[in-house]
Design a binder for this molecule. Structure first.
Ligand SMILES: *[C@@H]1O[C@H](CO)[C@@H](O)[C@H](O)[C@H]1NC(C)=O
Ligand SMILES: *[C@@H]1O[C@H](CO)[C@@H](O)[C@H](O)[C@H]1NC(C)=O
Ligand SMILES: *[C@@H]1O[C@H](CO)[C@@H](O)[C@H](O)[C@H]1NC(C)=O
Ligand SMILES: *[C@@H]1O[C@H](CO)[C@@H](O)[C@H](O)[C@H]1NC(C)=O
Ligand SMILES: *[C@@H]1O[C@H](CO)[C@@H](O)[C@H](O)[C@H]1NC(C)=O
Ligand SMILES: *[C@@H]1O[C@H](CO)[C@@H](O)[C@H](O)[C@H]1NC(C)=O
Length: 412
């Protein structure tokens, strides 16, 4: 096998090419939004449908009902991705390789993941290699904002925007990103059950078996944000391909914690200590005062665990895609506006509505935002809304599109 021609290298080349066309982007911001909740108007795209995933079924069968509904939509996305790949390497050899070689190259995935992906491939008729690529894809290109707040009574809320950070296929008709748009109809809310009882709830993209956003009612909430670092995920994937399989895929560990951890402390311990394939930020909230943290991970170790401390005035934590002790990339500062709007809200007035206002303020809301999730662990409330970001809005092709992909490159 020649690593130099692996499909992952191809994805990298796409990122390089995207980066090469980057232009200068003026930061685009607006005043903190007010009264955007309940969601309506031009930034609200629609509701997200609920599906039940029965964990009592064998992994191969769990996703059938959902995938029968979404097969055609998954194919649209897979085709958009293929078009991108084929535009860079027109021979079609890359996709042939993904279909024929990728599954054996990557070998077996742990736990239920292998069988779940096989089941999804069979029911949709999409080759397993493409389903695997689709699953790996999210390990690399998700830009996000996550926030945990604590009110004066010690009550916690957790919110997040899921931004899909890859600049491919600009649609000139309506100024949107093809992949971001393709992901909206794939967005689903999932109620994972055992014995007909909820184990956890999550928002995800049909066909993806890892989880990036979810909560366990009464116990904890968890979101994952991409982290770019020199010792990045590409090395981890290479090690995996070369047979060193002692590390976890980041979307898979998040799923395992949501499924099997039984407390905030246990989740925190696993997310802090397990060896990972890629760096990441885990944003974890619990069910009582003080239980909220951002875990900054290298592949082997946690660099930092930053916790709520309301008594000292730290009544929220915010994470985008940068280490908290470093400045964000100046073209991509979503952190300062999020903090500014939280400061203006004040701890007295924090609520789902206030959190949704913050997550609706540009550039926290941007062209790549697919959905917004709001979670209240103790009250068991879980809401996800599809988003749009009508012009003027940052993340626009004409205003310097390549910057997020360039950040990806820094992580190589
Ligand atoms: C933009 O156009 C694409 C392709 O026609 C469509 O799928 C997408 O929903 C549109 N997006 C918006 C926000 O109008
Ligand atoms: C779950 O509920 C369905 C219908 O309500 C029932 O047929 C089934 O036996 C239940 N399963 C379990 C494991 O309790
Ligand atoms: C959760 O734990 C069960 C029982 O140990 C195991 O079979 C399953 O694979 C685990 N789930 C995940 C997602 O790791
Ligand atoms: C909060 O979580 C702990 C486990 O960390 C659990 O024992 C406790 O019952 C939970 N509290 C509530 C009110 O659900
Ligand atoms: C928010 O408030 C904190 C505490 O007063 C302050 O340290 C921080 O600079 C403020 N951030 C912004 C972006 O306004
Ligand atoms: C907080 O809410 C109260 C009651 O709705 C309102 O009077 C007050 O102005 C709000 N404070 C801020 C800083 O928005």
């Amino acid at each position: 096998m020649m690593l130099g021609r692996s499909p992952l290298t191809c994805i990298l080349l796409v990122a390089v090419a995207t980066c090469a066309v980057a232009q200068h982007a003026p930061p685009w911001t607006e005043d903190c939004r007010k009264s955007t909740y309940p969601p309506s108007g031009p930034t609200f795209r629609g509701q997200v449908p609920w599906y039940t995933i029965n964990l009592d079924l064998p992994p191969y069968k769990r996703w059938h009902e959902l995938m029968v509904d979404k097969a055609a939509t998954v194919k649209v996305l897979v085709n958009s991705l293929k078009n991108v790949v084929n535009a860079f390497v027109p021979s079609g050899k890359i996709m042939q390789m993904v279909d024929e070689k990728l599954p054996s190259m990557l070998g077996n995935f742990p736990g239920p993941f292998e069988e779940e992906m096989k089941g999804i491939a069979d029911v949709t008729g999409i080759p397993l290699g493409e389903i695997i690529s689709f699953n790996i894809f999210y390990e690399f290109f998700t830009m996000c904002t996550s926030i945990i707040t604590e009110d004066k009574k010690g009550h916690l809320l957790h919110g997040r925007n899921m931004d899909f950070g890859i600049f491919l296929g600009w649609n000139v008709n309506n100024n949107t990103w093809t992949v971001t748009e393709d992901l909206k109809p794939l967005t689903v809310n999932l109620d994972f059950q055992r014995n007909n009882k909820t184990v956890f709830k999550a928002s995800s993209f049909a066909g993806y078996v890892g989880m990036l956003t979810g909560f366990k009612p009464g116990l904890f909430s968890l979101t994952l944000n991409e982290r770019f670092s020199i010792n990045g995920g590409y090395l981890g994937v290479l090690e995996w391909i070369l047979g060193k399989k002692d590390a976890m895929w980041i979307g898979f560990i998040t799923r395992s914690v949501l499924e099997n951890s039984t407390s905030y402390e246990e989740a925190k311990n696993i997310l802090t200590k397990t060896k990972l394939l890629a760096p990441a930020y885990f944003i974890l909230g619990g069910n009582r005062s003080g239980e909220g943290c951002v875990i900054t991970r290298e592949r082997k170790d946690a660099l930092d665990v930053y916790e709520l401390a309301a008594k000292q005035g730290r009544w929220y934590v915010v994470e985008t895609n940068y280490d908290r002790w470093k400045n964000p990339l100046f073209l991509d500062d979503r952190r300062t506006p999020a903090k500014m709007c939280l400061n203006r809200t004040t701890q007295e007035n924090i609520s789902f509505a206030a959190l949704y206002d913050v997550l609706s303020t540009k550039p926290v809301l941007n062209k790549l935002t697919v959905f917004t999730t709001l979670m209240d662990v103790t009250r068991g409330r879980y809401e996800t809304y599809l988003r749009d970001c009508p012009d003027p809005c940052i993340g626009n092709h004409n205003h310097g599109s390549g910057w997020l992909s360039c950040t990806t490159l820094d992580g190589m």
